[in-house]
Design a protein around this ligand. Structure first.
Ligand SMILES: N[C@@H](CCC(=O)N[C@@H](CS)C(=O)NCC(=O)O)C(=O)O
Length: 233
């Protein structure tokens, strides 16, 4: 199967890109520069007339909608998708549809509030105040789901819904109350972010790691070198 992913750095395409890397299959990734509005350019509109990322080309056919693409790719992974007919499969479908119906549109409203309000700060605040409780209500539900100590959203095994969930937690990082302020979500997100495929997708999408994390890494490295020196003596 010939696979081509059109993605924007850190955009809704991240969960698909990450999943493709985790699956370890061959695919081509084409970056669409959202900061330059390339998604609305003539060339990309021929691929996806909606002018949005992600778009996934499978053997010449183009499909869109991040959650649908994750579901589609899941058909090719026994590891990342629960067996059909099981309770876990029903929960997997339920959670993916829930994310698609709740957080995805809510975040769009949050991020596009400055544009929708036409530069009117009061209107922007009004729009954001409307949508913020809807986003936080989803985190309450996910926090409760993780309260039984499970390592992943559906239990103790990584499933494709985890790529969508983690991506949607990440989008709240600059909100007044980021998802990581929910204790169970915080542990979960750290677990997901330590995956080699996550580190790889960040590298490929050239997403800048926060200065704090960089500083932590430098400090660790420094201590590590000190340890080696001590050991050498
Ligand atoms: N429901 C779609 C949303 C896609 C979407 O809104 N993508 C954003 C990036 S996160 C985009 O391409 N925005 C560019 C634009 O609207 O011009 C999905 O989940 O794939």
């Amino acid at each position: 199967m010939k696979i081509k992913l059109y993605y924007g750095s850190g955009a809704a395409s991240l969960c698909v890109h990450w999943m493709l890397i985790e699956m370890g299959i061959d695919f081509e990734a084409v970056k669409i520069d959202l900061s330059n509005n390339e998604q609305k350019g003539e060339a990309y509109l021929k691929i996806n007339p909606q002018g949005k990322v992600p778009a996934l080309e499978l053997d010449g056919n183009v499909y869109t909608e991040s959650v649908a693409l994750v579901m589609l790719l899941s058909e090719h992974s026994e590891r990342l998708k629960p067996a059909v007919g099981t309770d876990e499969h029903a929960r997997w479908t339920e959670l993916l549809i829930y994310f698609a119906n709740s957080l995805l549109p809510a975040f769009r409203e949050w991020f596009y509030a400055p544009v929708e309000s036409g530069g009117n700060k009061e209107k922007e605040t009004f729009l954001k105040d409307l949508v913020r409780p809807r986003i936080e209500a989803v985190y309450d539900r996910i926090e409760a789901l993780l309260a039984d100590g499970r390592t992943h959203l559906l239990g103790n095994q990584l499933r494709s819904v985890d790529f969508v969930g983690t991506m949607l937690m990440r989008w709240s990082r600059n909100m007044p109350k980021p998802a990581t302020q929910w204790p169970n979500i915080n542990k979960y997100v750290h677990r997901m972010r330590s995956m080699p495929s996550f580190i790889e997708v960040y590298k490929r999408e050239e997403i800048k790691v926060k200065l704090l994390i960089k500083l932590k890494m430098i400090t660790h490295l420094f201590h590590f070198k000190m340890e080696i020196k001590k050991y050498d003596k």
